[in-house]
Design a protein around this ligand. Structure first.
Ligand SMILES: [Zn+2]
Ligand SMILES: [Zn+2]
Length: 184
């Protein structure tokens, strides 16, 4: 049995439940790995291990699904990526609501323009304002001389480079793609 497994076990036991709830809320109850986003139970990882002076406070904890957690302890996800994900998660929470963050990842995953009706447009407002997503209006022939007003949602080049950097855990490149976070 690798020593990593015991580390995973002790980590889970030490953190008070209310702190776990806080960091899970911060991550939208999903794995912090933007390539994964698997819904979470109560698995949290210490960015700095307790034995190395790391704390059980929220800013030292990152929610990961059991799979990504094991992948990290097996050396397949570098520590730098986890630290970048934590930073970006906090930055994204400041800039957007959790729903917007998921919408951004979903549209990126779909890889095509999603057509929505007008009442769906406000959902994307924060992402459009940040130029991560663009929306265009289109009249679509619905037959019988009927035209529907639809809105095409697509990811911008800036949005793509942000997500690419986020997934890679490249904090500097990701933050550079978010103008509102570089000012001030
Ligand atoms: Zn861990
Ligand atoms: Zn995961």
């Amino acid at each position: 049995m690798p020593k990593n497994s015991s580390k995973l076990g002790t980590e889970a036991r030490r953190v008070p439940l209310e702190v776990k709830r806080l960091v899970l809320h911060e991550a939208g109850y999903k794995c912090s790995n933007p390539c994964c986003r698997y819904p979470l139970t109560l698995d949290v990882h210490h960015l700095y291990y307790v034995c190395e002076g790391g704390s059980n406070l929220a800013d030292n904890l990152l929610p990961l699904c059991p799979n990504c957690h094991t992948e990290h302890h097996n050396g397949n996800i570098p520590t730098e990526s986890l630290r970048a994900w934590k930073m970006l998660l906090m930055a994204l929470n400041e800039a957007f609501d959790r729903r917007s963050v998921d919408l951004l990842l979903t549209i990126d995953k779909l890889g095509y323009v999603e057509w929505i009706t007008g009442d769906g447009v406000p959902t994307y407002a924060a992402l459009v304002a940040s130029d991560l997503i663009s929306i265009e209006r289109r009249y679509v022939d619905a037959g019988l001389q009927h035209f529907r007003n639809l809105f095409g949602v697509r990811i911008t080049d800036k949005g793509s480079s942000f997500i690419e950097a986020w997934k890679k855990g490249d904090q500097r490149a990701a933050i550079g793609a978010l103008p509102s976070l570089t000012e001030g």
